[in-house]
Ligand binder design. Structure first.
Ligand code: BGC
Length: 493
């Protein structure tokens, strides 16, 4: 291919400079992660605030304050859990709609729409007078997240040059962790105010406004423009974001790929063709596993968990800030390592670390947290340290790679459909964990942690056996250089 450059792995790459346009556009779009993270981080703190419980969940409030109440069951309430998880149910439907809007109208308007939904949801929650307004607001937030999570990783993958796609993609996960951290700090302060929950929930408007404002300044991706017949504009944008005059080869490659993709009238049916099954299974199951690490037990319910162990509400919120800081810092390690040590090594190490920490937490709670009475400050500290080690293990492996790997393994003709399945699996499992964890803890007690420990073991072994290494392989060469070389998946080609 004249003009194309051979990269270190022997694949082709197109001429491109590291332009500020690509970096700025990626950071702006990744603010979709800030919205997602803010919501993850805010709900746990809010559901442990007395003023919130008194207003919306009075029975939970009374139960929580009954001294003789069972430690493991004091927060078990399906409605309270619906507050957290309703958003994810809405997000599943929204991401399907978003996959269509993304294809027909482009990535940029999908991102703008995401911020609008989220903004309206935040305003509704701020003014909520009853449970209906509260849940209604959360459904709108769910629409925002569904649209954002579908469009943002796709947007970044399409504007980033192949050689630093991994790093740019993880900015999305990094901003998720920043959002979670900021939310937990906000919760810490608002919990001291009368009706502090209002400010926590209303604060979601800030990341939405940042994304809304920013979305007016980003370019539409060349692939989306060309796919919709706007070739001239696509070529112009490609020149700008690559920082080189001669982009003919990349332009032709996009044109060829979009022509092929446009021939596929039913991408969802195409997804189930034999040769697409390996990426479909790996991408979707990877997101199932990401949620069954048990990460959102910590993200949603850390303050509730710490209160379960007998900490006061202030120190519970402080502990949540600590775990979220570890989450953000450890994600930076993933950004630095992912293109050097590879995806598989990080995923296996993360799974091992999470299995061990979950099992030790389970053992400590089993032996020291009785049905009534606190766990004791010494053990509470040990559990906090173990939770930080668990979160770090997630943050440099399954967190970012749960989004990165599905975005790089699909051929173009089924990429949006395949990625939708990964997003939907993420949202569905997040819903299940959000909705049932507190009931599960009430029923299983400390065994809830062994349950997640078991899944972490299964996923470590599965990665070792079934996931091909994708490090350094250009997306369009994935079939030849990853799937066709795998001991099992090669049989599908
Ligand atoms: C996951 C979220 C999780 C977050 C924690 C994301 O990759 O999809 O469910 O809460 O990481 O950092």
């Amino acid at each position: 291919m004249a003009g194309a450059v051979m990269n270190v792995e022997g694949g082709t790459s197109f001429p491109a400079k590291t332009t500020w346009q690509v970096i700025v556009c990626s950071i702006i779009a990744a603010c979709g992660g800030l919205m997602f993270g803010y919501d993850i981080g805010i709900s746990g703190g809010v559901t442990s605030m007395d003023s919130f419980l008194i207003k919306f969940f009075h029975t939970v409030y009374e139960k929580k304050h009954r001294a003789h109440e069972n430690n493991y069951c004091k927060f078990d309430n399906q409605l309270l859990q619906l507050f957290t998880s309703s958003l994810y149910l809405a997000a599943i439907f929204a991401s399907f709609a978003a996959s269509i809007v993304c294809r027909k109208c482009g990535r940029k308007p999908t991102i703008t729409l995401a911020s609008c939904f989220f903004l309206v949801g935040a305003v509704l929650n701020f003014f909520a007078r009853n449970l209906y307004m509260l849940i209604g607001g959360r459904i709108l937030l769910g629409f925002g997240i569904g649209f954002g999570n579908q469009a943002v990783p796709l947007f970044i993958s399409e504007i980033a040059p192949a050689k630093y796609r991994g790093g740019l993609n993880i900015i999305f996960q990094f901003l998720i962790t920043v959002g979670i951290l900021v939310a937990s700090i906000i919760n810490f302060f608002t919990s001291k105010l009368e009706d502090g929950w209002k400010y926590s929930l209303g604060g979601a408007a800030v990341p939405a406004l940042i994304l809304l404002f920013g979305s007016f300044f980003i370019y539409e991706t060349p692939a989306s423009l060309i796919e919709r017949g706007k070739d001239k504009k696509g070529l112009k944008v490609l020149r700008k974001i690559r920082g080189v005059e001669d982009v003919t080869l990349e332009f032709e490659e996009i044109k060829r790929a979009t022509e092929l993709a446009n021939q596929v009238k039913q991408p969802y049916r195409q997804l189930f063709k034999r040769q697409n099954l390996p990426p479909f299974l790996c991408g979707t199951i990877l997101q199932f596993f990401q949620q069954f690490t048990g990460i959102n037990v910590v993200m949603f319910y850390a303050p509730v968990l710490f209160q379960t162990m007998g900490s006061g509400s202030d120190s519970s919120l402080k502990s949540a800030v600590v775990t979220n800081l570890v989450n953000a810092l450890a994600t930076i390690i993933a950004i630095c390592c992912v293109d050097r040590v590879g995806r598989k090594a990080l995923l296996k190490e993360g799974a091992a670390q999470m299995t061990i920490t979950q099992c030790i937490i389970g053992a400590i709670l089993f032996t020291h947290l009785k049905v009534v009475g606190p766990i004791g400050s010494k053990y509470a500290l040990v559990v906090l340290i173990l939770i930080c080690a668990f979160v770090a293990g997630f943050a440099w492996s399954w967190g970012p790679l749960g989004w990165l790997v599905p975005s790089e393994i699909y051929p173009l003709d089924v990429r949006t459909a395949g990625f939708f399945c990964a997003v939907a699996m993420n949202m569905l499992c997040t819903f299940i964990i959000g909705q049932f964890f507190l009931s599960m803890m009430c029923a299983f007690k400390s065994f809830a942690f062994f349950f997640f420990g078991f899944w972490n073991l299964v996923m470590g072994i599965s990665v070792w056996l079934f996931l091909p290494e994708t490090k350094g392989i250009p997306v369009d060469e994935m079939a030849e250089r990853a799937w066709k070389k795998h001991w099992l998946w090669k049989k599908f080609y």
